[in-house]
Design a binder for this molecule. Structure first.
Ligand SMILES: NC(=O)c1ccc[n+]([C@@H]2O[C@H](COP(=O)([O-])OP(=O)(O)OC[C@H]3O[C@@H](n4cnc5c(N)ncnc54)[C@H](O)[C@@H]3O)[C@@H](O)[C@H]2O)c1
Length: 381
């Protein structure tokens, strides 16, 4: 079997998580790493035993021996890098959000289709085994007709005005911070699990820190909580620290909040669905458990154990019960499916794709428009 040659662009939080997960995917070799400087790329390449390193991602694109590219850079560069890689005939696995606007996301979605390439979008959180169990049970009708979808994605790493990250800068992150960064994961999961589409939204966004102390030297994601940033500049904040969205999924109704200022919540994604026959709740901070709610019987907590999962969910749990699988495993599951679809072009892609990234951009666009107009806004199909 031919091994697939891939490259990772970006060596921050996500770049390293992608590199680790790629080592767990059979038949794939990482052959090059690109960073913002050659020295940075060389340091990462040495650690991961990768032969080639470059300070210019265009060298990756121009190398015809590379089959696929992972885009793990800040949001503003996703469009340019992904477009260049697809144009050069490479498969792309891009981090979320896919682009900075619906128009850019549409262009990339059209391009990947016209080039007949694989275009994955890293909404990896779908691939916790117990999220797949919740989905499988819903498909089997265990919850009946879905009435309510609700939850939150709450974090605390931007609570203080001294907390800074490139995500605060709209030129790098886009017109939304919290809703784009983590609200998009919520809605991707909500649609994936419920099988319903968000049709309308009513959103309220809030900035609690009107200025933040921007370090003169920059800094990678989540590094701010570990130490002082040195010299800083007071910088005006224009994107939300918190957002709340009421939403409709046809007849079903939902609510969600997304926050980077909720003290104590580290990565608190909570997904609840309630139907005419029962409900379910999954919490990312306790990923091995799925709460099952019943009206007329005691509630249950199902602990991940492949032998007890539905057949459809079982393929997302590689370890036996009691052997925890978590965040890094979701990347392995997604990447494995992405590369299987490259190895066998006849396979139907069963992972989030650029079209899913476009979908999230449309929901985000509607949320921003709703907040501005203080009214309900339809989400185009
Ligand atoms: N799927 C997830 O669970 C998840 C989690 C976190 C972040 N993300 C996404 O991943 C992306 C990266 O976020 P992060 O948290 O890793 O940020 P980060 O700041 O930790 O890392 C970004 C890295 O990209 C590098 N970079 C910037 N421009 C570059 C360029 N032109 N060429 C090469 N390298 C470049 C930076 O130097 C930095 O090392 C974002 O789009 C973010 O939304 C996804």
């Amino acid at each position: 079997m031919n091994r697939i040659r891939t490259a990772v662009i970006g060596t921050g939080f996500m770049g390293r998580v992608h590199l680790e997960a790629l080592r767990r995917v059979e038949s794939v070799d990482v052959v090059e790493i690109a960073a913002t400087s050659r020295d940075k790329a060389i340091a990462a390449a040495a650690g991961f035993n990768v032969l080639n390193a470059t300070g210019d991602w265009r060298e990756v694109i121009n190398d015809p021996s590379i089959d696929a590219v992972h885009v793990a850079t800040p949001n503003a560069s996703h469009y340019e890098i992904t477009k260049a890689a697809l144009t050069a005939g490479k498969h792309v696995l891009c981090e979320k959000p896919l682009a900075m606007s619906v128009a850019e996301a549409q262009e990339l979605t059209d391009l990947v289709a016209s080039k007949n390439l694989r275009g994955g979008l890293n909404h990896n959180l779908r691939y916790y085994p117990m999220v797949q169990q919740m989905r499988s049970m819903r498909e089997a009708g265990a919850f009946g007709e879905i009435l309510v979808v609700q939850g939150t994605y709450s974090q605390d790493w931007m609570l203080y005005e001294s907390d800074w990250n490139w995500r605060v800068d709209p030129k790098v992150s886009g017109p939304s911070r919290v809703m784009a960064d983590i609200g998009s994961h919520f809605f991707d999961m909500a649609e994936h699990v419920s099988g319903l589409k968000v049709t309308e939204v009513c959103s309220d966004l809030q900035i609690f820190c009107p200025t933040r102390k921007q370090p003169k030297g920059g800094g990678e994601s989540f590094s701010g909580k570990l130490g002082s940033a040195g010299e800083t500049v007071d910088t005006k904040v224009v994107t939300e620290d918190f957002g709340a969205t009421l939403f409709r999924m046809g007849k079903a109704r939902g609510t969600m909040t997304a926050s980077q200022v909720s003290a104590g919540r580290k990565n608190g994604l909570v997904m609840e669905i309630y139907g005419t026959k029962g409900g379910a709740c999954w919490r990312q901070e306790r990923p091995e458990e799925l709460w099952l709610g019943h009206r007329d019987a005691p509630n249950q907590i199902l602990l991940k154990d492949p032998s007890l999962l539905d057949e459809k969910a079982r393929g997302f749990a590689d370890y036996p019960g009691g052997h925890a699988e978590g965040y890094p495993d979701t990347f392995k599951q997604l990447f494995r499916r992405f590369y299987a679809s490259i190895a066998d072009p006849s396979l139907t892609a069963d992972y989030p794709q650029m079209a899913d990234g476009l979908r999230q951009m449309k929901i985000l666009d509607a949320e921003l428009a709703s907040h501005k107009s203080r009214a309900w806004v339809s989400v185009p199909a």
